[in-house]
Design a protein around this ligand. Structure first.
Ligand code: TRP
Length: 334
């Protein structure tokens, strides 16, 4: 093993192909090379208040998706953030070494708070400090991140540095971003210029990870096309053709240029049928497993409980040392 990975995902409803190809699939692959810790970040989700029943259901839904996709709880740790106290505790310690100015620069806060900053919850402002605590409570060395989280990871490195300088030279590693090849950007099936999104009112715009073969085939058959003969890559002029080729290439694990060249003369209708067959082959078993798990929440909860226990076992010695270095009197001091 070359290092320790930590990554987090919010408990949200309606995971789709974009989430799978953009992130989840990479998490699965990383298990072969790293010691991996994957966290469902419900404390982060609380910064945008959710209904309690939805919080519970969404937490299980994301766990089911990760397990069905191939996160292996025998090799990796999969757990829920709020089940491990170290996250909130280390967040507080980090709050005390992080200047407000660093957080004022975070673009995600500015976007999420919008114009009404005075009413934004403090937790939303503090979100990236909690993220630093997530990573460093495990002394993780690598964090797979998308473009939108680069600034937060940079801040995690700064916070680790600030804590180290004040209390513990070299104690926390500076976590490195892990950028995995070309991220697959999956666009809406109804509009090739918009990202595939759970918030699109049309369910026909996305392939949900729980969709069965009929839904997959129907959605691809009805996917928007254009009136040009054959398929080609042209993000500007032919966003829909480009999106379908991109999805095909990602599922087939082939370079998109090769797929495009092979289908330069294929009609949309025929290509969509081939894509549907491929999608059912690559995603069908995962969808079925996810539906099976969702019908058996007891199994999901047992996996998460075991994950939390193993996560605590990693954080406890680290947190003991952190408290001692800060100078807190602990029972261990004797
Ligand atoms: N903020 C991340 C996101 O929205 C989720 C997250 C929370 C995370 N803690 C993390 C990602 C730690 C990587 C490492 O995608």
């Amino acid at each position: 093993m070359t290092g320790r990975i930590f990554s987090g995902v919010q408990p949200t409803h309606g995971l789709h192909l974009g989430n799978y190809l953009g992130a989840i699939r990479n998490w699965v692959t990383l298990q072969d090379e790293y010691d991996c810790i994957y966290c469902i970040v419900d404390l982060h989700a609380l910064t945008q208040m959710q209904d309690p029943e939805a919080m519970r259901a969404n937490t299980r839904e994301v766990a089911a998706a990760l397990l069905a996709a191939g996160i292996d709880p025998a090799r990796s740790i999969l757990f829920v953030q709020s089940n491990v106290q170290a996250h909130t505790e280390l967040c507080w310690f980090f709050n005390c070494v992080t200047p407000m100015g660093w957080l004022n620069r975070m673009t995600q806060f500015k976007e999420k708070a919008g114009k009404n900053r005075e009413n934004a919850p403090v937790g939303l402002f503090d979100y990236p400090v909690l993220q630093a605590a997530d990573i460093l409570a495990y002394k993780a060395t690598h964090v797979p991140v998308g473009e939108d989280q680069k600034q937060h990871l940079e801040l995690s490195r700064d916070i680790a540095g600030a804590f180290n300088r004040k209390f513990a030279d070299g104690f926390f590693p500076l976590p490195e971003p892990l950028i995995l090849g070309e991220a697959t950007r999956v666009m809406s099936l109804r509009d090739g210029t918009k990202k595939m999104s759970k918030s699109d009112p049309s369910d026909m715009s996305r392939l949900n990870l729980t969709d069965g073969p009929d839904a997959i085939a129907l959605k691809l058959q009805k996917a928007k096309s254009d009136s040009i003969d054959g398929l080609s890559l042209d993000a500007e002029q032919r966003p829909e053709a480009t999106n379908l080729l991109t999805i095909y290439a990602a599922l087939a694990e082939r370079p998109v240029a090769d797929v495009a060249a092979a289908h330069a003369g294929t009609q949309f209708s025929s290509f969509k049928r081939q894509l549907a067959d491929l999608a059912v082959e690559r995603l069908g078993a995962m969808a079925a497993e996810m539906r099976r798990l969702l019908a058996d929440p007891g199994q999901i909860d047992a996996v998460l409980a075991d994950g939390a226990e193993r996560a605590r076992a990693v954080t406890e010695p680290i947190m003991d040392e952190v408290r001692e270095r800060i100078g807190f009197l602990t029972p261990r001091c004797g």
